[in-house]
Design a protein around this ligand. Structure first.
Ligand SMILES: *[C@@H]1O[C@H](CO)[C@@H](O)[C@H](O)[C@H]1NC(C)=O
Ligand SMILES: *[C@@H]1O[C@H](CO)[C@@H](O)[C@H](O)[C@H]1NC(C)=O
Length: 472
């Protein structure tokens, strides 16, 4: 500028209008010079077109340090069957270009510059768990360039990654999905990945912004850096572990409670006395339960770990089938009891003696045993006749008079007696038959009781195990 003024001062002999022009142009120039606080000027002086496209370090032996930060925004989807997670994160990456720097004082105090990302070398960031290159991530074409040479690349990322699901505790499971950021080409001697914030900060950031979209609830996010060895080479990595918890209410309401109701219903049906009705009822319940199993099957992934819920349903189903078989057996036995067939000896020994004792079966047929056959000694027709005649010896006249009457009475009594004897015989026969019947029905009752006890105890045991597994 000084030069310019010198020039105007030295041209005193110019014509007036030439002087005016030169004065005007000098004023314009001065205004222009003073207001040149533009980014363009900085950009031009940085000469970024010719910036290095190789790793920008002055000594190749020094590694570039890449700072990484991540804020988990949401988990878009966690596909159970393919075991992939789609996450949306806000990603931050910063490194230093040792060839770029400026003094903010020379450029009106500009300390950072938003520049197109094409100018620079950048680390070849790779997410190790990524299964799909997702083009749905929004493109942010700018980097931030600081006056000390730091380049910041912040962008939203939509990441589709594998996530090893452990569904043992389904639907009360907590899953861990890892995102490992590292360079694909540069080894640890070239690029060192470093987390910008520690776990507590990352966790807090994620909790502040996390938007729950699916059935997942954020537990925590942790970060650590490590070196990963493959094929004899070491790569630096920063790993983010995302812990998410399933919102189980839907599964509890739609799957677990109905399944439990069906099991209770099936247990309750053991108290239906008519075995055939019970069989019909049970088959219906089993059908309903198998529909539940179908729904569960559609929900569960093909994981190597078996979910506890599946095992539980399987055991319940097995117990239902067992009780159906038990009911068929008891109904067969009651059928047997109506036809006069003997209970086999081994069944008698096994069921009536041992099983009955084991399951503390009370013999309600004891009363029937007390009823002993009544003997007909006092009702002997001859005795009755004799005593009658002895009584009537003294009063022969009256006896003679009443002879026809007495004969009639005796006849009647005899008939009554024979009738009673017939009834008695039939009664004894009936009781023998009934004994056989009660033996069969007793076996049936014992088997029924055994099945009920087995059913109840196994289901209770499985319930307790389930609750323990889920709560621990
Ligand atoms: C390379 O790193 C060493 C320390 O590891 C440091 O002393 C040196 O200044 C670095 N060189 C350059 C060019 O930055
Ligand atoms: C994490 O970083 C924050 C700030 O950078 C600091 O206040 C806090 O103590 C750190 N926490 C741990 C566990 O190091």
């Amino acid at each position: 500028m000084g030069k310019f003024w010198n020039y105007t001062n030295s041209s005193n002999k110019m014509s007036p209008h030439m002087l005016l022009i030169s004065l005007l142009s000098s004023m314009v120039l001065e205004v222009w010079c003073q207001s040149d606080c533009s980014y363009q000027k900085l950009l031009k002086s940085l000469n970024l077109e010719n910036a290095s496209k190789v790793r920008p370090v002055r000594n190749w032996k020094n590694a570039s340090i890449v700072n990484i930060d991540l804020t988990l925004y949401t988990i878009v989807d966690l596909d159970m069957s393919t075991q992939t997670a789609t996450t949306f994160v806000w990603f931050y990456m910063a490194w230093t270009d040792e060839y770029i720097s400026w003094n903010p004082g020379d450029f009106c105090g500009i300390k950072k510059l938003f520049v197109n990302s094409d100018y620079f070398w950048k680390p070849d960031l790779y997410i190790y768990e990524m299964t799909e290159n997702d083009d749905n991530s929004p493109e942010i074409p700018y980097y931030i360039l600081r006056n000390n040479g730091q380049i910041i690349n912040a962008m939203p990322l939509r990441i589709i990654s594998t996530c090893n699901l452990n569904i043992y505790k389904f639907p009360f499971d907590i899953q861990t999905c890892k995102l490992s950021f590292g360079s694909f080409m540069y080894t640890v001697s070239d690029i060192v990945m470093w987390p910008k914030s520690n776990s507590s900060v990352v966790n807090q950031n994620a909790k502040d912004v996390f938007a729950s979209k699916d059935e997942w609830e954020l537990q925590s996010v942790a970060v650590y850096n490590t070196t990963h060895k493959t094929m004899g080479l070491e790569y630096s990595q920063v790993i983010y572990s995302i812990y998410i918890k399933r919102v189980a209410v839907i599964y509890v309401l739609n799957l677990i409670i109905p399944a439990c109701f069906l099991v209770f219903l099936d247990i309750a049906s053991m108290f239906i006395h008519n075995y055939e009705n019970r069989l019909d009822f049970k088959i219906t319940v089993v059908l309903g339960f198998s529909v539940m199993l179908l729904i569960l099957n559609a929900l569960l992934p093909n994981s190597d770990s078996t979910p506890m819920l599946g095992t539980f349903c399987c055991i319940c189903m097995a117990m239902m089938i067992l009780s159906v078989i038990g009911t068929i057996a008891t109904s067969y036995m009651t059928e047997k009891s109506t036809t006069n067939s003997q209970v086999p000896v081994w069944v008698k020994v096994l069921v009536l003696k041992h099983l009955a004792r084991i399951i503390l079966f009370k013999k309600d047929f004891a009363k029937e045993e007390l009823v002993t056959p009544v003997t007909a000694d006092n009702n002997d027709p001859e005795n009755a006749k004799k005593s009658e005649t002895n009584e009537d010896v003294s009063d022969q006249r009256r006896a003679l008079e009443n002879d026809s009457n007495v004969k009639k009475e005796v006849k009647l009594l005899k008939r009554i007696l024979s009738e009673i004897l017939r009834i008695h015989r039939k009664l004894i026969l009936d009781m023998q038959q009934k004994d056989e019947q009660t033996e069969w029905s007793l076996v049936a009752q014992i088997v029924d009781r055994l099945v009920l006890i087995l059913y109840l105890s196994i289901v209770t045991l499985v319930f307790i195990i389930m609750i323990c597994v889920w709560t621990i």
